[in-house]
Design a protein around this ligand. Sequence first.
Ligand code: GNR
Ligand code: NI
Length: 185
Amino acid sequence: MIREILIWPDPLLKQEAKPVAAVDDDLRALLDDMAETMYAADGVGLAAPQVGELKRCLVIDTSPRQEGQKLLHFVNPEIVRTEGVTHYTEGCLSIPGEAEEVERAAKVWVRALGYDGKPFELECEGLLAIAVQHETDHLSGTLFVDHLSALKRELIRKRMKKLKAEKAAERADDVKKAPRHESAL
Ligand code: GNR
Ligand code: NI
């Protein structure tokens, strides 16, 4: 099932996500929804808080832009080592239409539980390293705009508020146009 992606600013996106207690069928259903939602939105990653679930899990698939990659699931991920510095122009599905350069570690080692609940450690470079840092940031309520100057962040906040107002107006309009339910006649 495709879920609705929250648009920043949203109070849920600022919160710290809670550790996952068990990788069970309920969690796997959420991970499946997240992957479906990420692909539908043409993203390379998605963190659970972006669909309103304050759980420490994420999905990443950089294969459209990175060779040899595939869909990866991370439950309770932890970056255990970083190396080097790089700059990357980042976007975020919760901040549509915006992209800004952010400083990140060039290489990261991440430890997590997989889709099967088994622990693994992965060495990440390139876009995958960027995505892991961007997504784990989401789990602590941090978005790429929090790495920008206050001026840039406030400009983007204004544009997002306008976008959200437009979306809300569109929705109200859809309700008006929709044929009435029998019980409402
Ligand atoms: O789809 C996404 N693309 C992207 C590009 C550069 C740096 C980070 C990302 S992650 C983003 C999807 C998203 O918002 N994940 O939280
Ligand atoms: Ni994001």
